[in-house]
Design a protein around this ligand. Structure first.
Ligand SMILES: [Zn+2]
Length: 238
């Protein structure tokens, strides 16, 4: 199983499109909590990885977009998310209503997204409970980072400055469907944001935490001493 160690007790499973879809596991007692749920095609590998790590106790969604809820209906574990994400998690729509794909500059990318989102999606998720700012999840604290989605949450562990942040920050150029140059990051493209100004504010809040590891929703985690500057610059990209 291609699990990558991110930090003490934190594992990453990458899958789907060029391995850019991320599912995290955090050790919690004799099992694991899963943070974010990737895409539907990852369901078997995700189930096997959770099993290998002792068994899945619960799933916490960073947010409810199609490429972050994909495995959630298939793993037999209770699913939690932020209260402001419950409706979208339970929706049958793969294309989230506030997406504005007409803002995407490249026409073929504009056309392909509805198809990609449908393929990535696992369908509606039954939410067992909610978590909000300040709650504890497997030794991490929940932080509310609204903007990309109204109820987007991250997980923060002060002791080793590890942040798991779903789509607070992108390492991919989603408007052109390619990776950003090494070391670059960006606020998600406005086409995919519930409230773009809030998304920028949430990214600046993440920068102020001065994390040493940022586990993103897509692509490899960011690491290092200089992440505050990287994240502040990222907030100004769009
Ligand atoms: Zn998203």
């Amino acid at each position: 199983m291609a699990l990558e160690r991110v930090a003490d007790g934190v594992w990453l499973l990458r899958g789907d499109l060029r391995g850019a879809m991320n599912v995290y596991f955090i050790e919690d007692g004799d099992g694991v909590v899963q943070f974010d749920a990737g895409t539907k095609s990852m369901r078997k590998k995700t189930a096997a990885a959770a099993q290998e790590l002792g068994g899945l106790k619960r799933i916490v969604l960073g947010h409810a977009h199609a490429d972050h809820r994909g495995t959630a209906p298939f793993l037999g574990a209770p699913v939690f998310c932020h209260p402001d994400e419950v409706d979208d998690a339970g929706s049958a729509k793969a294309v989230t209503p506030y997406f504005n794909l007409s803002l995407l500059e490249v026409a073929p990318v504009r056309w392909i997204y509805p198809m990609l989102l449908k393929r990535w999606d696992g369908g509606p998720v039954k939410v067992a409970g909610t978590v909000a700012e300040g709650d504890e999840v497997a030794g991490f604290r929940v932080l509310h980072f609204p903007g990309h989605a109204p109820g987007l949450i991250g997980l923060w562990r002060e002791s080793d400055r590890v942040a798991l942040v779903s789509d607070v920050v992108y390492l991919v150029d989603s408007a052109r469907l390619k990776a950003l140059p090494e070391g670059e990051a960006s606020v998600p493209h406005p086409a995919f944001n519930w409230n773009h100004q809030e998304a920028k504010r949430s990214l600046r809040r993440l920068a102020e935490l001065e994390p040493l590891v940022v586990g993103t929703g897509h692509d490899q985690p960011l690491r290092g001493e200089g992440l505050r500057a990287t994240l502040e610059a990222a907030a100004e990209k769009y």
